[in-house]
Design a protein around this ligand. Structure first.
Ligand code: WTA
Length: 695
């Protein structure tokens, strides 16, 4: 291939190849067409004022962010909007005093006391929904706060919460926030060991858990994980003093695990002593930590990202109101799990801060069948729908008709988040799920960033399938090459997306490891480690992206997801996008296979839509699509048609596992995957068919 490039008559490729650096990547897709926001949406939108980009120009930074903070009720205004005296540990709204729980609950009582804050949908379809009003939420949060106080917990303590998608999870979080206790929520699907790692790292003396919950039609025993976690933490030298156990059905214990005398307590019993209790919200400094959220490092211990109270809440409130376009009268459903950052920012804190009514669904979207989300949506009148590309692909695969036969499903607004979405899948979301009448926002952000960074503003910008959109007001995003030079818009070259400035939602750092924070996010592009000027501290997000001439960012995926083929870096997402244009393909993953000549070549793994059987013709079509849409450079070495792709419990495709299989390595421990059994099937297939596919 390298030879072919050098023979290119105009020599352009040769020059390009010689100049290839870490971050300069050839990008091979064509521009997608624009979709204007629907008029009905614009007519009711919370935000239609494009002059915001002027108000948030660099010369008005950081004071412009007062506009965000003014959505909140402060006990006391701040004296310093942004303190940059200890970069990159930024402090927002310094001197301000605020309570997150007060802003999410108490202040809505005057106008919305008997409006539902949450509607809980149990997974078993014959169990009724539970609507919880703001008044009820207020009462229950106060009572739980009283329990936490009784146990001696104080402002600044950490509490680990390992709970499924039930109302008691946000109630517990808000009770912590009321007292200034720092919560650390661990996704319920995580093992006892993973929970222990986070307990130890955060130094939590109390673990809050639940006996069990429904998933895929089964009541899972969850309390057993708490016992494993406490034991593993003890082995690591960290004692857990109390385990507080919520019961899925009060007084009916669902777990086989015994309650440990002197350590384990049932929440429903503790609460009896505190009926009607009221606990004053604690006035917290704006920069006090609100919670920790861990990201699992593939190597080393997980990083606990510490989010602030004032800055984080201001940022999630503004984006919930203006980007999610939540009005109090809407019914909003974010399908993410509260155990991830999306759930923290866009189920709990942001939506509650703007008095939303939110759906909390206990189970898996495809239980008992792929029509479940549409039945929930039509029953509850959901008009804002928020999910991930993986969920969209799953629903599309299971039933390409989506909500077509549910005339009462009509979304005004839909969000996609978490991974790049292939234009093909975006169009299905738009035409089939949204019935061509909903606006879509593709929101790019990270655990570290607290809230959205790049997205179209729904009533202002045209949508472009596969592109997140411009950076939000006050976010100065850019694409840097490896030397830190800005790659101009419209150049067609990819590089590392950076944010040149701090913003209120950004993580305050990694709990207990400030050096790792600097190394991971700032060392790459820092211009002077002694500088106190924020301009010298661009934030390195770890994603590759391109910036089109219209100012829209298109995210290619993690920089480690990029495949370098003969000096050409190909985003796995770009390849997957091409593969997904083939009619028969439901889901696709592309991974790098080590190649002697080209460095890396892509291997393609796909699953097919129902009704299709694997055939060499389909493999050939996939190869042809990649060659045609991207280039011959991207020709896959193999196309494997597999029954399903390995996925995490949160639904992300585990490309790492597939890459290991492609490269004859051990895929490692796959027991925590949602479908570990598929790994063996694929491995046998790949090893037994080394010469199969397109080669
Ligand atoms: C990816 C989830 C493309 C990205 C909120 C990022 C996305 C990582 C998008 C963070 C998007 C998130 N388009 N890629 N709209 N949103 N990502 O911390 O690679 O779970 O770095 O936060 O997800 O994942 P995290």
């Amino acid at each position: 291939m390298a030879e072919e490039i050098r023979r290119n008559p105009d020599g352009a490729e040769e020059v390009a190849e010689a100049e290839v650096t870490e971050a300069s990547v050839a990008v091979h897709w064509s521009e997608e067409e624009y979709y204007p926001p629907p008029m009905q949406f614009i007519a009711q939108a919370n935000f239609t004022d494009p002059s915001i980009y002027d108000r948030f120009r660099e010369e008005h930074f950081p004071e412009c962010f007062k506009e965000y903070a003014d959505l909140l009720d402060w006990y006391q205004y701040w004296h310093t909007t942004l303190d940059t005296s200890n970069p990159p540990f930024w402090k927002w709204f310094v001197g301000g005093q605020i309570n997150a729980c007060y802003n999410c609950v108490d202040r809505h009582l005057a106008q919305h006391r008997s409006k539902a804050a949450f509607i809980f949908v149990p997974e078993p379809e014959d169990e009724p929904h539970v609507a919880m009003t703001y008044q009820e939420l207020y009462v229950r949060v106060n009572e739980v706060a009283a329990v936490l106080q009784e146990l001696g917990l104080e402002t600044g303590d950490r509490v680990t919460i390992h709970m499924p998608m039930v109302l008691e999870l946000p109630i517990t979080m808000l009770a912590c926030a009321r007292l200034g206790i720092i919560h650390s929520v661990v996704f319920a699907g995580f093992s006892g060991q993973a929970c222990a790692d986070r307990i130890v790292d955060s130094g939590s003396r109390v673990l809050v858990t639940m006996d069990g919950y429904y998933r895929n039609g089964k009541m899972l025993d969850h309390k057993v994980k708490a016992d494993e976690a406490v034991e593993a933490a003890a082995q690591a030298g960290h004692p857990v003093e109390r385990v507080l156990v919520w019961r899925r059905y009060p007084r009916q214990y669902q777990s086989q695990a015994p309650m440990v005398e002197g350590r384990d307590l049932f929440m429903d019993e503790l609460l009896q002593r505190h009926r009607g209790a009221r606990v004053e919200p604690v006035k917290m400094p704006a920069e006090a930590p609100l919670f920790l959220m861990y990201t699992s490092g593939t190597t080393g211990k997980p990083k606990g990202h510490q989010h602030s109270t004032g800055g984080y809440l201001a940022y999630t409130a503004w984006t919930s109101k203006m980007i999610q376009d939540i009005h109090p009268e809407d019914v909003y459903w974010c399908m993410a799990d509260i155990g991830w950052i999306t759930g923290h920012s866009y189920i709990v804190y942001g939506p509650l801060a703007v008095a939303a009514t939110s759906v909390i669904y206990e189970g898996v979207p495809t239980y008992p069948d792929a029509g479940r989300p549409w039945r929930i949506a039509e029953e509850l009148g959901v008009n804002i729908f928020h999910t991930s590309p993986t969920a969209i692909r799953m629903l599309r695969k299971a039933d390409p008709d989506g909500p077509k036969n549910h005339p009462n499903v009509q979304f005004k607004h839909m969000t996609t988040v978490g991974e790049p979405i292939e234009p093909e899948v975006w169009r299905w979301y738009y035409h089939v799920v949204g019935k061509g009448k909903a606006v879509i926002v593709d929101t790019w952000w990270q655990t570290e960033t607290g809230g959205f960074l790049c997205t179209t503003i729904p009533a202002i910008h045209n949508m472009k399938p596969g592109s997140a959109g411009p950076a939000l007001p006050g976010i100065y995003a850019a694409i840097f090459d490896d030397e830190g030079n800005e790659i101009p818009a419209g150049s067609g070259r990819a590089g590392n997306i950076v944010i040149r400035n701090p913003w209120p939602g950004i993580t305050q750092g990694i709990w207990g490891d400030p050096e790792r924070f600097i190394q991971t996010y700032y060392a790459r592009y820092n211009r002077d480690p002694n500088s106190k000027d924020w301009r010298d501290w661009p934030y390195f997000a770890g994603d590759a992206a391109t910036l089109a001439a219209d100012g829209y960012f298109r995210i290619l995926g993690r920089v480690d997801d990029v495949i370098n083929v003969a000096g050409h870096r190909l985003g796995t997402k770009e390849l997957e996008s091409a593969v997904l244009t083939v009619e028969e393909v439901a889901e696709a993953a592309v991974v790098p296979r080590v190649d002697e000549l080209k460095g890396r070549v892509p291997d393609v793994y796909v699953s097919l839509k129902p009704g299709y059987t694997p055939s060499p013709e389909i493999q050939q079509k996939i190869v042809a699509a990649v060659e045609e849409i991207i280039s011959k450079i991207a020709r896959p070495r193999h196309v494997y048609i597999v029954p399903d792709l390995p996925k995490t419990r949160s639904g992300k495709i585990m490309r790492r596992v597939l890459a290991a299989i492609s490269n004859g390595q051990d895929p490692g421990d796959v027991t925590t995957l949602a479908n570990p059994e598929v790994v063996d099937t694929i491995r046998r297939m790949v090893q037994g068919e080394e010469l199969a596919g397109a080669s």
